[in-house]
Design a protein around this ligand. Structure first.
Ligand code: ADP
Length: 510
């Protein structure tokens, strides 16, 4: 335990750095401090994770993948009194969760109440359904909204406070919960979950790839793992929880399900290759919505870095090469992406002022990366990014009038209009759509049991998070994936624990 605690201090540093090196964006950190943390992390990551020599042949619950869903499942399984293990193929925990930026959607939370926001689970349900044209798995969606507030409060009880509220496209209320300082959620969340994993002494092995999942007598109870550079070996569990994330970094799967997306940049971490989906398909599991791949409208193209929805959520507009708005920026991701792709230049600029920058601290990271162009005036900014300055100035003036009147006559935007764009300096970030999220995946029920092609649960096998499909239907709402990984990750941990207890009872009585 002592070793883990010692590692813990450095884990915070590693993860904070991890978030900064991803698309997300903790608060600004100076170059010198970034360098320091790099040096600290390079020697510390080994300490943060369990030594491969400590790996046992058997655990109560085997969890595959150390993103948000996997860690939430592990914490619940441990709190239920069982002995879980997490295997992660990358050198660090976090997966795509580390890269998430907007926040975590939830309705009827105490933090909304504190801010005087009246929200309802029904409204959250209806708006999510509308955002996906009614294509969501309605049972999963109902479970999701009804357990969202509890998930926020559970995180809070575990020292992960998400009390700063914002709004994402397609939502009518501020229900996107972020860390208190308004920074991107990914690094903060992964850091907090990992801290809880360590506090419970849950073994977590990195550089350890799960290559196969097997069953005996109809019950899924074993995985084949390979620690980098070593021979594969079999580890048994009374239940197996698959939380391997999506397939947004698998050219093979993207090309096979969506050949039209060939050549798009991806915002995904390289470990998001759909391994869990393939392994579960081999066990007879059913997939849903595999061709539903979310394109995020605002991705910096050179490095595939996502520019978080928070920038628009705090007031930015999008303009085309002519310096004009062309879309309701707060529409759902599919619609905003389609509008950008329909432009002859197939790219656009996010335009915002110092006020937006002050409210969305993620922007500091984008600036450090060199993505942000600044001007003392709109005209100066326009010249720097080579847009017609008169048109851009007129676009911003008109927009500010519309904000004052609370009416976007051109495109019908109704949200994220609390503040106009009138505080110098002015800024621009060039963006275009990129592959962001795979909505399809393994079919599960609300108990997170994996379903076979006859809709029957595959005994002993659970899946949660981006590896699972159905919840988001054909279009995911920003802020719903983090909610999904916590809500269904917790459920997978609890359900797998219940199953394991029942197994133990059965084995004892046999
Ligand atoms: P979620 O948001 O659903 O939690 P993430 O992408 O955050 O998904 O995390 C999934 C994690 O699973 C990633 O860290 C990824 O590297 C890991 N992973 C993917 N495939 C495997 C595998 N075959 N064995 C072990 N870990 C895996």
């Amino acid at each position: 335990m002592k070793k883990v605690i010692k590692g813990l201090l450095t884990v915070t540093t590693i993860i904070t750095l991890g978030a900064c090196s991803s698309d997300t964006s903790q608060k600004a950190s100076s170059n010198s401090s970034t360098k320091e943390t790099t040096e600290v992390s390079s020697g510390a990551s080994v300490q943060a994770y369990t030594n491969p020599s400590e790996m046992k042949d058997s655990y109560d619950i085997v969890i595959v993948g150390a993103g948000g869903a996997g860690m939430a499942a592990a914490i619940e399984a441990s709190d239920a009194g069982l002995n879980p293990v997490i295997f992660e193929k990358m050198p660090v925990a976090g997966g795509n969760t580390l890269k998430s930026s907007s926040g975590m959607n939830a309705s009827e939370t105490k933090f909304q109440e504190e801010e005087g926001i009246t929200d309802s689970n029904d409204a959250f349900y209806e708006e999510t359904l509308k955002g996906a044209n009614g294509t969501n798995d309605k049972e999963l969606l109902r479970y999701f909204v009804d357990h969202s507030a509890d998930a926020i409060h559970w995180l809070d009880q575990n020292g992960i406070k998400l009390d700063n509220l914002t709004i994402t496209g397609g939502m009518s209320e501020k229900r996107t919960h972020r860390p208190s300082d308004g920074s991107a959620i990914g690094g903060y969340l992964v850091d907090g979950l990992l801290r809880n994993v360590h506090e419970r002494n849950i073994p977590i092995f990195v550089n350890t790839e799960v290559k196969d999942i097997k069953k005996t007598d109809g019950i899924v109870n074993q995985v084949t793992v390979q620690v980098q550079g070593e021979e594969p070996k079999d580890i048994t569990g009374k239940a197996i929880v698959v939380t391997t994330g999506g397939y947004g970094a698998s050219e093979e799967l993207i090309n096979s399900y969506r050949p039209d997306l060939k050549g798009y940049v991806t915002t995904n971490q390289i470990g998001s290759t759909g391994d869990g989906i393939k392994m579960i398909e081999n066990l007879g599991g059913q997939t849903v919505d595999m061709d539903k791949i979310q394109i995020h409208p605002t991705v910096q193209q050179d490095e595939g870095v996502l520019i978080g929805e928070v920038v628009r959520g705090e007031g930015a507009i999008l303009v085309n090469q002519a310096g004009e708005r062309f879309v309701n920026e707060m529409n759902t991701r599919d619609k905003v992406s389609a509008a950008i792709t329909a432009l002859p230049e197939k790219s656009a600029y996010l335009i915002f002022d110092q006020g937006v920058r002050d409210r969305a601290t993620a922007i500091e990271f984008y600036d450090e990366k060199g993505y942000v162009t600044a001007g003392e005036s709109i005209e100066e900014l326009a010249e720097k990014i080579q847009l017609p300055s008169e048109t851009l100035a007129k676009t911003v003036t008109t927009w500010n009038e519309e904000v004052a009147n609370k009416e976007d006559t051109a495109f019908g935007r109704t949200t994220a209009m609390d503040n106009d764009l009138s505080k110098p300096k002015y800024y621009a970030i060039k963006i275009a759509p990129g592959i962001h999220y795979t909505m399809g995946g393994i079919k599960i029920n609300t108990n997170t049991e994996v379903l076979d092609k006859e809709e029957q649960p595959i005994t002993g096998l659970y899946a949660a998070g981006e590896v699972a499909g159905g919840l988001h239907g054909e279009n995911r709402i920003g802020g719903n994936s983090v909610a999904e990984i916590i809500i269904f990750g917790r459920q997978a941990g609890q359900q797998a624990a219940q199953f394991a207890f029942d197994r133990i009872e059965t084995l004892r009585s046999e």
